[in-house]
Design a protein around this ligand. Sequence first.
Ligand SMILES: C[S@@+](CC[C@H](N)C(=O)[O-])C[C@H]1O[C@@H](n2cnc3c(N)ncnc32)[C@H](O)[C@@H]1O
Length: 199
Amino acid sequence: MNLPNSPASERNKEPILEVLKTYTPLGEVLEVGHGTGQHAVYFSEYLQTLWYPADIEQNNWMMAERIKIAASDLIQPPLTFEVGLKPIGEQINRNFDSIFTANTFHIMAERHVFEFCDNLNHLLKPNGKFFLYGPFKFQGQFTSESNEMFDRQLKNNQMEMGIRDFEAIENCLKKIGVVFLNRHDLPANNQLLVFQNES
Ligand SMILES: C[S@@+](CC[C@H](N)C(=O)[O-])C[C@H]1O[C@@H](n2cnc3c(N)ncnc32)[C@H](O)[C@@H]1O
């Protein structure tokens, strides 16, 4: 089985882990957009926490294969979850102590980012934390020229992709009682943004 490997995940997993460690215990974690599954294997093992990976159906096989290889009983079988396909509550009908997602918001269409944020409090327990990793704009500005170029490439590739505005995400989440806690600046002009469900 030729399992795809994401070099970016290999590079960013350690800096992300270092931040996640400072918020432990994370409890039961839902990961949205597990992709190749590298993060799920690494974080669940190092944090010794139950991990619920979710992604669009076409990607679930990568997670299933990685679980077999890792022989981990901390990672649960992958959930099929696609924002925009069906109402979020019909796809995952329970809540978690923490939600983690990496490099998904610039891939999902912006309307799906907002749909996800609008419904986040149904997936996240009271006081639960939302960890959002990726590149973002702050006050309308890219954090680097390379991110600006990346944004152009994304849009050339698919009109609906693009680097999102932090403030728009923050406002959307604030309306449902999920408040911004911290911004962690990580390598390669990415941030790990942390929010908490105070609803
Ligand atoms: C760039 S990959 C990131 C994968 C992984 N999190 C990582 O950091 O390597 C983007 C992920 O977002 C997922 N994704 C895109 N649109 C989605 C949607 N509407 N709902 C759920 N996941 C979505 C993709 O299937 C893919 O796994």
